[in-house]
Unconditional design. Structure first.
Length: 254
């Protein structure tokens, strides 16, 4: 194949390779956002900043960053971290959420996302190390006493594996689209760590990342576990296309 033909093939793929609107929030004594989105404290949640070692937590790979502590609230409706995603059509494109999290203890249920800002949480961890929603829980690795990179993708084009949940780069659960409206984020913001009846817990977050693109298993696997380094926007498809073009060019010259 000639390089110009390869370029034409990549051009045909350009909609899939278009950059996503991604935001990463970290916590160096402030809510620091890179990207179009922003995060603030909403309601009665108590927060504070310190380093991992300053809080007396287990060490994190890659350094000793400042992190945010957040309180669990017995009646948590309307309290949490509010994230405004500032993306035009995440329900059309699907989306990805990643968080570097630490819990000293995890109750039977702990809400991680409350997407409609008022009702029951929409994604939970459990004391067993599982994560999911409704009666569909899986995995054993979302455990207390350690840093974890928790990730979830929502793909609105699917009915099977509509929701995928990962811990430290490994897929632990896939949920079918039994209630896709529950994961609608047409509202410009949603709450993190909130629940309408207090299924919450004290915890710590080092980074929060949102993209209006569904990251692949390989992309999330490449992120690995929690790390002090900033979470980048992956460019897996684009890199693969570029590598393919390079290979074709080298073959032509051989």
């Amino acid at each position: 194949m000639k390089p110009i033909l390869a370029l034409s093939c990549i051009a045909l793929l350009s909609p899939a390779l278009a950059p996503a609107a991604a935001t990463t929030v970290n916590f160096p004594g402030i809510f620091n956002s890179s990207g179009p989105g922003a995060m603030t404290v909403f309601g009665g949640m108590t927060t504070s900043f310190n380093t991992v070692s300053g809080f007396g937590l287990a060490a994190m790979a890659g350094g000793d960053p400042q992190v945010l502590s957040f309180s669990g609230i017995a009646t948590a409706n309307g309290s949490g971290l509010q994230f405004t995603h500032a993306t035009p059509s995440p329900n059309t494109t699907g989306y990805t959420v990643l968080m570097d999290l630490y819990y000293t203890a995890i109750p039977n249920y702990v809400s991680l996302l409350q997407l409609d800002n008022t009702n029951d949480g929409d994604l939970f961890g459990r004391s067993s190390g599982a994560s999911g929603i409704n009666s569909d829980y899986g995995g054993t690795t979302f455990t207390a006493g350690a840093w974890h990179r928790f990730a979830a993708t929502v793909d609105n084009s699917l009915t099977t594996d509509f929701l995928k949940i990962y811990v430290d780069g490994t897929l632990i659960n896939s949920v079918d689209a039994y209630n896709a409206a529950r994961f609608d984020i047409s509202d410009p913001s949603f709450l993190v760590f909130a629940d309408e009846d207090g299924e919450t817990a004290d915890g710590y977050i080092s980074q929060f990342h949102f993209s209006d693109r569904v990251y692949s298993d390989a992309e999330i696997g490449a992120f690995g576990g929690a790390n002090a380094a900033a979470i980048p926007e992956p460019s897996g498809l684009l890199l693969s296309a570029g590598a393919a073009l390079g290979l074709l060019t080298r073959r032509r010259r051989a």
